[in-house]
Design a binder for this molecule. Structure first.
Ligand code: NDP
Length: 487
């Protein structure tokens, strides 16, 4: 790894890199080769304590600054991120295996967007004045929660670190962030840049570790809020642990989202939507529209054009080569999961119409795969795979498509492609999902709320709504008259 991009120790606490070699060794594996590129140590109880103590101390100083001052730090950090976009993108590629042709455009850049957006909002976070009778009034104070914990998944390590950190810091909180053990490097750089931009030491700490470190953070009484990006089973555990002490939560969890394509949709555009909904980041995107419902009249043409586009357009290879647009799976375990679902799909009677073969002798490469003849009861149509596996399902009527689209425990995202404006809005109103798309898919600008309904989560990230999840209102009744009592 080039020296300039490599973090210099396992953890970032109180404004500096620190290590405790007593912690278990976590090997960082480059997904394109399967080789170890770095080693970090999991946080020991001493490191966990150090991070929380430093966050608790620093938060008071940070919250006492004006919103404008806090915002200035975040916006400066956004500028530094943009200046170093290439280095940060290379690091994201080392960490995840996602091709540089993606990471240059969506990782550090979207992290910078979040820092800039919430930095811009910080100065305008206020309470309100509520006039009452007799001159009495109530005013509300928007206050920080205190120490927030962020726990990340491995698919967007830079973005997740910033999507949680930016609103938390804008509101005057401090954060302790634990990245996924498979992608530990990028969040360290986010912490380094924030402090370089003027964040007081201790306001944003990163510590490494497996689930046990996350669990220790979630249950610590010093922690006021937990924001998790991860799978539904982990979400259930973390939510329950946080609930035991009545902590605030944001849960960004998995999905099995529907993408409904009607006969009247523009074919080329619908195929593009399905590609974006299934194969970007080698399919490792939580909001992916992996159940692609295609109306029977357009189905044949859709599948033919989709496969043609995959055959001619996919450039699978070295992620550092900017011509590559399809990288490996991010880790060996995820590759195994994808291969298991490919076997299961065939065993349950679906047709593997394209792809699904392992590629090369090293790294975790697998071709994008398309199943047709999929029915709603098959495992590949019910369970989140988190890989490049698209299921094409046929349907006849709008009503049928909506009922089947909603027949899932998940509710993260949903999309519709149609030329009929009223139908598009009808479908979106009917979708049981938090993040919906009309004639596009998987875009997540910081200005828009992002998150799931039903089993896919609680709360929203991004947009002004995220402020409510990182602050709370104190209501203050001010009497302008003598206080009266009944006796
Ligand atoms: P996991 O649920 O396995 O892990 C998520 C994080 O939680 C990791 O850092 C993990 O640590 C940690 N963790 C595991 N157990 C516990 C515990 N008991 N207490 C506290 N923390 C714990 O998810 P993956 O990392 O495999 O990521 C893939 C999942 O994330 C998919 O389901 C995907 O849909 C979802 N996701 C959701 C997004 C959204 O915004 N809705 C976005 C991106 C992904 P470790 O793994 O290091 O042991």
């Amino acid at each position: 790894m080039p020296y300039s991009t490599q973090p210099t120790a396992s953890h970032f606490i109180d404004g500096q890199y620190v290590d405790d070699t007593a912690g278990d060794v976590i090997e960082v594996i480059y997904p394109a080769t399967g080789k170890v590129i770095a080693r970090v140590h999991a946080a020991t109880p001493a490191i966990i304590n150090q991070a929380l103590t430093s966050a608790q101390r620093a938060q008071k100083e940070w919250a006492a600054m004006t919103g404008t001052q806090r915002g200035r730090v975040l916006r400066r950090a956004a500028d530094i991120m943009r200046e170093r976009n290439r280095d940060l993108s290379v690091l994201e590629t080392w960490d995840t295996g996602k091709p540089l042709s993606e990471t240059l455009y969506v990782d550090a850049t979207s992290a910078a967007d979040a820092l800039e957006y919430f930095g811009g909002l910080a100065g305008s976070l206020t309470g309100e004045h509520i006039p009452l009778g007799n001159g009495d009034f109530v005013y509300t104070r928007r206050e920080a929660l205190g120490v927030c914990v962020g726990i990340g998944a491995w698919n967007y390590p830079t973005q997740i670190a910033a999507w949680k950190g930016a609103p938390a810091l804008a509101c005057g909180n401090a954060m302790v962030f634990k990245p996924s053990e498979t992608t530990p490097l990028c969040a360290l750089k986010v912490a380094e840049i924030l402090h370089e931009a003027g964040l007081p030491a201790g306001c944003y700490n990163v510590i490494q570790g497996m689930g046990a470190v996350g669990a220790a953070l979630v249950t610590d009484p010093r922690v006021a809020k937990v924001s998790l990006t991860g799978s539904v089973p982990t979400g259930r555990k973390v939510y329950a642990a946080a609930a035991a002490e009545m902590k605030h939560v944001t849960m960004e969890l998995g999905g099995k989202s529907p993408l409904v394509i009607f006969d009247d949709a523009d074919l080329e555009s619908a195929v593009s939507g399905a590609v974006l909904a299934n194969f970007y980041s080698s399919g490792q995107v939580c909001s992916n529209g992996t159940r692609v419902f295609v109306q029977r009249g357009i189905r044949k043409a859709f599948v033919a054009r989709l496969i043609e586009r995959l055959k001619t357009g996919v450039v699978l290879g070295d992620p550092m080569d900017e011509a590559t647009n399809f990288g490996p799976m991010s880790n060996a375990r995820q590759l195994e999961i994808v291969e298991r679902y490919l076997r299961q799909g065939v065993a349950e009677g679906a047709t593997l119409a394209h792809g699904g073969n392992r590629v090369g002798n090293e790294g975790f490469y697998i071709e994008p795969a398309v199943f047709t003849d999929v029915t709603d009861d098959m495992s590949i149509a019910r369970e989140e795979i988190f890989g490049p596996v698209m299921s094409v399902l046929d349907f006849d009527t709008e009503e049928e498509a909506l009922t089947r689209a909603n027949a899932t425990e998940f509710g993260l995202a949903a999309g519709v492609f149609t030329a009929d404006l009223t139908r598009a809005h009808r479908m979106v109103a009917g979708f049981e999902a938090g993040t919906c798309y009309i004639n596009t898919y998987n875009l997540a600008p910081v200005e828009a709320p992002f998150g799931g309904s039903k089993g896919s989560g609680v709360g929203r990230e991004n947009s002004k709504l995220a402020i409510n999840h990182y602050s709370e209102m104190k209501s203050v009744y001010v009497a302008m008259n003598p206080c009266e009592a009944p006796f």
